[in-house]
Design a binder for this molecule. Sequence first.
Ligand code: SF4
Length: 380
Amino acid sequence: MASLYAHIPFCVRKCEYCDFYSGVAGDAEIELYLQALDREFALRAPKGLRPDTVFIGGGTPTRLSAQQLRTLAAILGRHVDLGSCREFTCEINPGTLTPDKAQALAAMGVNRASFGVQSFDQKYLRGLGRIYEAGTAPAAVQLARDAGIARISVDLMFALPGQTLAEFHNDLQKALALGTEHISLYALTFEDDTPLTRDLQSGKVKPASEELEREMFQLADEITARAGLPRYEVSNYARPGAQCAHNLVYWSAGDWHGFGAGAHAMIDGEISANAADFKHYCEHLAAGKLPLTRQDKQSPLERAETLLLMGLRLVQGIDLARFRAFAGQDFTRLCGEPAARLVALGLLELTATHVRVTPEGMFVLDNVILELAAGMGVSA
Ligand code: SF4
């Protein structure tokens, strides 16, 4: 059973650090986009598509009005059977949720709200260019709950310029105080060509030191574990049973369909990607053409590499039987040498059934993956 992702590439305003595919648009453009999305589903959604999980991401899906969200629900209703869907997530920017929109999401079938809070501290919200005030997030979470959306996840950022360990601790406590079942924590990264990176280059802001970032990472582990939401992925923490089932599909190199501008899909090793360009996306679909910019089948080794790249992010690591099924060869045969080196360094663990990164290895995850991928003869 595959999962389904739909991308809504609109935001109220572009955040200072953001390099995701999203932009500011008016209602006319949003409506054009929804028409294009409907056409894309009609052209390429498999008949009887019954996803196990659905994720609406962006952008800011709640940039859509309540009426536009109902249009989106009607599109899904026309092309997708949600009868077997056990998890339906929508990303929510707290500054955009209204009671009407929360009701529209719940009526669509959304049962999990993923709030992009990033910080509860006004000065950091301002620095990041977020559109809402510090008190907005708790009120927005309550709106979702009042509409019947029970599962709440909160995204926070850390290692923000000037942020202290105590301030990050405070953010974590506030996220937990909302009774959230899931927290995603991302260290701020300075992506190419963003206003924040230009501020970094001009010396206006200073990045957090590596040492402080590591302390924050460790603090997050301690606080979340104590609160009953242990880490299950390098950036994600959840109560038992509340892990994000949709993202687990990505992390286990499973199958998902993707719709919308910039959306990717992977079905049985075949990867496809839509143009991350609103105009291209809408024009192609208006002409009855798919807006694909990529469609290729992964080789067995490439599939195994994807599993390595994604699966080592998980605390439980990679199921060696799955790796063998993808690669056609044992992990130890392909990666034995670098794996032994990483085990000796205390960065990797091999059991009879799994390979996983140690807590120490999580700090240098990218390097661990690169070393293993190099051993496979493919580049991560
Ligand atoms: S709301 Fe999210 S997608 Fe939109 S600009 Fe901000 S970070 Fe980027």
